[in-house]
Design a protein around this ligand. Structure first.
Ligand code: AMP
Length: 425
């Protein structure tokens, strides 16, 4: 098969690595890719926002399947345009991608189909939103309705913070993404991520995983795209797993089908384990980043037939197999991230680090130049490891981190800390 992967992050490097291992593959391209992806795929310069250019590339190169990594092209309808051109594409349609593209859409779906979530209201003017938060009190959560590069959520501990967030959003702080605002009840509890591969009707859960969103150890500092992840997580017990499937994932699939917008692709639920059971606080419509990196390491099955079955509505008789060993990833980011950071700094020691048993390094934001690897983004490397236990995976990943010579980078030192503590008993 000829496969084209779209994206340039650590998620796409992990997907490229896994797709490249498929015996079904004859040729893999990635647009635009990065310095690490270049080892698994031929990186091509293509403007992913230009759907006509992507279609033309697929026709010229007889591409059989397009795999879309990030949410932006999905929300922009790239799967619809490829499908119309007769090219198979993995991921949801534009309408189905509203689950990530519009927070209000998801909340209304939850209300209609009785999916547990926090109380909420949608607003398109500041005055009503301010009156609502004043009536509700803090803590309360203020969300820009549209895509805001993972930054559109303010968990306000005080009324003043909520008021400031509302003002900022309606003043255009997130551009058109904030033209509508959703205000949501604050949910207290442990946060977990739940993933399912879907084909419009059937959902096959992926191995459980947890990420770490705050930039510093012990969940301090601002939110990021994710500073590390591990799988499986001991906090998704079989009982919680069943509750999430039966109360959240399956009703969502049924509701989307009923609305005439069946969901295909990876459904990624952000779930709070509250005192009143699991509650959904957001959907994403693609693999997680960095959760995908640990999923790909643990996935025993060939991924390509799974992606095809999702596109073709054939997951009913499908089964995904996983290695029992835990996997963990530590994100190495450029100093200053998620604020301003330098690009172009040199990274050494990657080959030595990759030789450590169980270790795999995915590139999230690098560029290869004159034989050297240079940082080219905020999140730069995903240092991953597998082990017999989470503790062993953690020790190996940090051994690899310590072998990497990159004075301009940093990472969290406590990825999977709570899971390791739980494992020790
Ligand atoms: P998001 O950008 O949607 O991933 O949200 C960022 C973070 O905000 C999430 O990872 C949660 O930690 C937090 N969050 C979102 N919604 C709520 C909520 N209703 N209650 C508490 N925390 C929330």
């Amino acid at each position: 098969m000829h496969i084209l992967l779209l994206g340039s992050g650590g998620r796409e490097h992990a997907l490229a690595w896994k797709i490249a291992a498929s015996p079904l593959l004859t040729k893999l391209w990635c647009a635009p890719g990065n310095g690490g992806i270049a080892r698994e795929a031929e990186c091509v310069v293509l403007d992913v926002a230009n759907h006509a250019a992507v279609i033309e590339f697929c026709k010229t190169n007889a591409v059989d399947l397009v795999v879309v990594g990030p949410e932006t092209p999905l929300v922009a309808g790239i799967v619809d345009d490829l499908t119309k051109a007769g090219i198979k594409a993995f991921g949801p349609s534009k309408l189905a991608a509203q689950l990530e593209g519009s927070k209000g859409f998801t909340k209304d779906l939850c209300r209609e189909f009785d999916i547990p979530t926090g109380a909420y209201q949608r607003f398109n003017a500041a005055a009503e939103a301010l009156a609502y938060v004043r009536a509700q009190g803090a803590p309360i959560v203020v969300k820009a309705d549209g895509l805001a590069a993972g930054k559109g959520v303010v968990v306000a501990k005080t009324l003043a913070e909520a008021e400031a967030a509302i003002a900022m959003m309606f003043e255009g702080g997130f551009g058109s993404a904030g033209a509508e605002v959703v205000i949501e009840e604050y949910l207290a509890g442990r946060e977990i991520s739940f993933f399912a591969l879907c084909d419009g009707e059937t959902a096959i859960p992926l191995a459980s995983a947890q990420d770490h969103k705050r930039v510093f150890d012990h969940d301090e500092g601002p939110n990021t795209g994710g500073m590390g992840a591990y799988s499986p997580t001991p906090f998704v017990t079989p009982e919680i797993h069943d509750q999430i499937m039966s109360r959240i994932i399956l009703p969502t699939l049924a509701g989307m089908k009923k609305r005439g917008m069946p969901f295909r692709g990876v459904l990624y639920a952000g779930v709070m384990l509250t005192a009143h059971g699991p509650k959904l606080f957001e959907y994403n419509v693609r693999f997680g980043d960095p959760e995908c990196q640990v999923h790909m390491l643990r996935m025993m099955s060939d991924i390509v037939p799974a992606l095809l079955a999702s596109c073709d509505g054939q997951l009913k008789n499908f089964n995904l197999r996983w290695y029992p060993d835990p996997a963990l990833t530590v994100v190495m980011a450029a100093k200053g991230y998620p604020g301003d950071y330098k690009k172009g700094t040199r990274i050494d020691g990657l080959d030595e680090a990759a030789k450590i048993e169980g270790v795999e390094i995915f590139h999230a934001g690098t560029v290869a130049k004159d034989g050297a690897i240079l940082a080219n983004g905020g999140r730069v490397l995903n240092v991953c490891a597998m082990g017999k236990t989470i503790r062993e995976a953690q020790a190996r990943a940090y051994q690899a981190v310590d072998a990497i010579r990159w004075p301009d980078g940093f990472c969290r030192r406590d990825i999977a800390g709570q899971a390791v503590a739980q494992e020790r008993g």
